[in-house]
Design a protein around this ligand. Structure first.
Ligand SMILES: [Cu+2]
Length: 120
């Protein structure tokens, strides 16, 4: 899984570098067991048992994702676009996605923990 997320990150960076920011949205290259597609303005992601739930989310532009640490240990969200401070159990971090694209992220402390936001 780690390797897949890594490849995904490289793919995303490549897309960004090649200026693919406008019309075409690529599909994720890996599958997930907790996918969500929503038009909600605010989407909650549960951090629990070293997992982001749901981990793969497709949203519209302007959606705010709120990650809440419902685990028993520290987590910290890390990505090229958004980064949280360390999140103690009970703490939340939010980020509003105003630009279309694919935004993979992972946990700074537990790099096997990954997720992806697709903004259409
Ligand atoms: Cu973590």
């Amino acid at each position: 899984m780690n390797k897949i997320i890594g490849l995904l990150s490289i793919l995303t960076v490549t897309l960004i570098i090649s200026g693919c920011g406008t019309a075409k949205i690529a599909q994720p290259v890996v599958s997930s067991n907790s996918v969500s597609t929503t038009t909600a303005d605010i989407v909650n992601v549960d951090i629990r048992d070293f997992t982001f739930i749901p981990d793969f989310i497709t949203v519209k532009r302007g959606t705010t994702i709120v990650w809440t640490n419902n685990d028993t240990t520290l987590h910290r969200i890390k990505s090229p676009t958004f980064n949280s401070e360390k999140l103690s159990p009970g703490q939340s971090f939010s980020f509003t996605f105003n630009d279309p694209g694919i935004f993979p992220y992972f946990c700074f402390y537990n790099t096997f923990m990954g997720g992806q936001i697709i903004v259409q």
